[in-house]
Design a binder for this molecule. Structure first.
Ligand code: THU
Length: 144
């Protein structure tokens, strides 16, 4: 997958988007969300072809809940790393849910501007969802 990915990149086929949605839906089914009752599942294609997943995990100490996408990045790292290429995030109604701000930042670390995200508005790049992002390059550029 090249460095010029666009929302209509043919490299991510309809069959692949369906597979990601299927895996995200499985994650919705195991999400731990007894407090908000918003069950979220995420699945992403990695640049080596594997698929990583995550679900939200809430806590009795309300503010400590972890989003599905953040857990997905943990699964990415713990299963060998790589770059995220395409992402599906679904809620309990099986419709796409927009990644929250913190999730966009986590996703940026591992997918950058080019990560493709299936949203209710169609496939968007993470660059469109998180323009002018602060990323790893900014840390090295600004460190003393
Ligand atoms: N949630 C996610 O898992 N991902 C998002 O991008 C948005 C929100 C979760 C957090 C919380 O457990 C529930 O959805 C309601 O906010």
């Amino acid at each position: 997958m090249g460095s010029d990915r666009t929302p209509t990149d043919p490299a991510v086929t309809e069959a692949l988007w369906s597979q990601l949605a299927e895996r995200a839906a499985e994650m919705v089914g195991v999400a731990y969300a007894p407090y908000s009752r918003v069950h979220v599942g995420a699945a992403a294609l990695v640049d080596d072809g594997r698929i990583v997943t995550g679900c939200n995990v809430e806590n009795a100490s309300t503010g400590l809940g972890i989003c599905a996408e953040v857990n997905l990045t943990g699964a990415l790292v713990s299963s060998g790393g790589g770059r995220l290429v395409a992402l599906s995030v679904l809620a309990g109604d099986q419709q796409p849910i927009m990644p929250c701000g913190r999730c966009r930042q986590f996703l940026y670390e591992f997918g950058g501007d080019e990560l493709l995200v299936a949203t209710s508005e169609g496939v968007l790049t993470l660059g469109q969802l998180l323009p002018h992002a602060f990323g790893p390059g900014d840390v090295s550029a600004r460190a003393d």
